[in-house]
Ligand binder design. Structure first.
Ligand SMILES: Cc1cc2nc3c(=O)[nH]c(=O)nc-3n(C[C@H](O)[C@H](O)[C@H](O)COP(=O)(O)OP(=O)(O)OC[C@H]3O[C@@H](n4cnc5c(N)ncnc54)[C@H](O)[C@@H]3O)c2cc1C
Length: 430
C-alpha cells in the first residue's frame, strides 16, 4: 500500500497557500507574550484582543497549528477528557455543572467566532453520533440519563434502524445523537483565529521557539534564537509539544499520540457509508472517530499510543479499523495519514493556573480540546485583562506530576487493559 500524497496531512494540503509570519528578531516588549500557536494560545490571544488588550505577542516554534490544533479530528463538542460522571463525583453537582456548561457555551463561541470573523473552515453544523459498538444498550441509557438529569443536556436516542439509515454499517447497535456539536477543518480554523488576532493589532511570529525564560524585576524576558520579548505576563500554551521552559509545567503532562487518515474522494460511494453529514465516534475506550468531508473523502481517526508512528504504519492500522466498520470500502485508497500529540494530565482535566508571578499555563486538553480551549482561553483572557477569578473553577486540577517516562508505561498499560475489556465484552456478546 502507498499513500497518494507526500503532504504531512490532508489539512496542510488543503488549508490554502500559507502566509508565513516572520520569525521574531531583535528586542521587543509587550504586555502579554503567549508561547504556542495552537488553540490554547490563539484563543487566549483572541480573548485578550476582544477585551481590549492588544499589546500581545504570540510566538510559535514551527507554524501556526503545527501541533494537535492543526491535526485533529475536527469534532467540536462539549465536555472534557474526564467524563461527565467522574467530573460529578469529584466536584459535586454545582461545580461540575458549571465547568461542563463552560464547554457547551464554548461550542457556541466557536460558532460565533467562525461567523463573526468569517473563518472559512468547512464547518458542518450537523451534530455528532455516539454509536454503540456493543449490543448492550446500558452504556447509552446511563449516559443519556446522567446528561439530562445532572447537566440538563438532552442527547437523542437513535434506534438501530434509524442509525442504519445515517451510518451505513452493520457494526453498531443503537446510538445517541448530540445535536449541539459541529465539525470543521481544524487547521483552517486555527489560521482564521490568527487572522482575527492580527486584525486587532496583536503580533504573531512563526519559526520562533521560546528557548529560555528569565525573570527580570517584575517582568519576564523570553529569549528566542534571534531576539527577545519583555512582558509582564507570559502564557505557556504548548500542549503535548512541551516548551522546555518550566520543568514543573512540562512534567505535568503526558504527550500521547493518536492517528488520523483521509481516504481518496469517494464521490457517490460516500452514500454507501453515510446518510448524514454528522461526525461519528463509538462507545469503546479506544474509539474510532470519523466524519464525511465536503470533498467526499472520509476523515478517519483512532487509537491512542505512546508512539508517534510513520504515516504508512498509521494508514495500515487505521485502514483495518475502517474496514471493520465499512467493509464495502475494501478497495478504497488512502491518500493521507498522520499522527499528532495530545497532552494529558493524570487527572484528565485541563490545567490552567499561575504562581502569581505573571507566568500562566494553559494545557492538557487531551482529546477534547477544540471547545475546551475556547472555554479556558476565555477564563485566562478575563483573568489577565480584568483580574477575573473565574479560572479558579479549575483550581482542583493542578500541575500533578505525570511521572514520565514511567507515566508512559502506565498510560499504555491502562490503554491495553481497557482495550482488552472492550474485546472481552465484544466476545461475550457473540
Ligand atoms: C490526532 C488528534 C485528534 C484530535 N481530535 C480532536 C477532536 O476531534 N476534537 C477535540 O475537541 N479535540 C481533539 N483533539 C485534541 C485537540 O486537538 C487538542 O486538545 C488541542 O488542539 C490542544 O491545543 P493546544 O494549543 O493546547 O496544543 P497544540 O495544538 O499542540 O499547540 C501547542 C503549540 O505550542 C508550540 N510550542 C511548543 N513549545 C514551544 C516553544 N518553546 N516556543 C514556541 N512554541 C512552542 C508547538 O509547536 C505547538 O504548535 C485531537 C488531538 C489530536 C492529536
Amino acid at each position: 500500500m502507498r499513500l497518494r500524497s507526500d503532504a504531512a496531512s490532508y489539512y496542510l494540503a488543503t488549508a490554502g497557500a500559507p502566509s508565513p509570519r516572520a520569525p521574531l528578531s531583535g528586542a521587543h516588549a509587550a504586555r502579554v507574550a503567549v508561547i504556542g500557536g495552537g488553540y490554547a494560545g490563539l484563543n487566549t490571544a483572541l480573548g485578550l484582543c476582544e477585551r481590549g488588550v492588544r499589546d500581545v505577542v504570540l510566538l510559535e516554534r514551527e507554524h501556526l497549528g503545527f501541533g494537535a490544533s492543526g491535526r485533529n479530528g475536527g469534532f467540536v463538542f462539549g465536555g472534557y477528557s474526564l467524563g461527565e460522571a467522574s467530573l460529578l463525583r469529584q466536584l459535586g453537582r454545582e461545580r461540575a455543572q458549571a465547568l461542563y456548561r463552560r464547554t457547551i457555551a464554548a461550542v457556541d463561541l466557536v460558532r460565533t467566532r467562525v461567523a463573526r470573523y468569517a473563518i472559512a473552515c468547512d464547518a458542518v453544523d450537523a451534530g455528532v453520533y455516539w454509536t454503540n459498538w456493543f449490543r448492550d444498550p446500558q452504556v447509552l441509557r446511563e449516559r443519556q440519563a446522567l446528561l439530562e438529569r445532572e447537566y440538563g443536556e438532552r442527547w437523542e436516542w437513535v434506534s438501530h434502524p434509524e442509525l442504519r439509515e445515517r451510518v451505513r454499517s452493520e457494526r453498531y447497535s443503537d446510538a445517541l445523537y448530540e445535536r449541539n456539536a459541529l465539525h470543521l477543518h481544524p487547521l483552517k480554523y486555527a489560521l482564521g483565529l490568527a487572522v482575527a488576532i492580527e486584525a486587532c493589532g496583536a503580533r504573531i511570529h512563526e519559526q520562533t521557539p521560546a528557548v529560555r525564560l528569565e525573570r527580570r524585576g517584575a517582568a519576564w524576558r523570553i529569549h528566542t534564537p534571534d531576539g527577545h520579548v519583555d512582558a509582564e505576563t507570559v502564557v505557556l500554551a504548548c500542549g503535548g509539544y512541551l516548551a522546555g521552559l518550566d520543568r514543573q509545567v512540562d512534567r505535568a503532562v503526558l504527550p500521547i499520540a493518536t492517528y488520523v487518515m483521509a481516504t481518496e474522494p469517494l464521490g457517490e460511494r460516500l452514500a454507501e457509508c453515510f446518510g448524514t453529514r454528522a461526525a461519528v465516534y463509538d462507545t469503546r475506550f479506544a474509539f474510532d472517530y470519523y466524519r464525511p468531508l465536503p470533498d467526499t473523502r472520509i476523515l478517519w481517526g483512532g487509537r491512542i499510543s505512546i508512539r508517534d508512528r510513520e504515516p504508512m504504519t498509521v494508514a495500515k492500522i487505521l485502514r483495518r479499523d475502517l474496514l471493520e466498520v465499512f467493509p464495502q470500502l475494501h478497495d478504497v485508497r488512502i491518500d493521507y495519514a498522520w499522527s499528532g500529540l495530545m497532552s494529558y494530565a493524570r487527572h484528565q482535566m485541563p490545567q490552567l493556573g499561575t504562581r502569581g508571578d505573571g507566568l500562566w499555563w494553559i494545557q492538557a486538553f487531551g482529546g477534547h480540546g477544540v471547545s475546551s480551549t475556547a472555554a479556558l482561553g476565555e477564563f485566562l483572557a478575563a483573568a489577565i485583562a480584568e483580574h477575573d477569578t473565574g479560572w479558579r473553577e479549575l483550581a482542583d486540577f493542578g500541575l500533578a506530576e505525570s511521572f514520565r517516562p514511567l507515566g508512559f508505561l502506565g498510560a499504555e498499560a491502562s490503554y491495553l487493559w481497557y482495550r482488552f475489556k472492550d474485546w472481552m465484552k465484544e466476545r461475550g456478546e457473540r
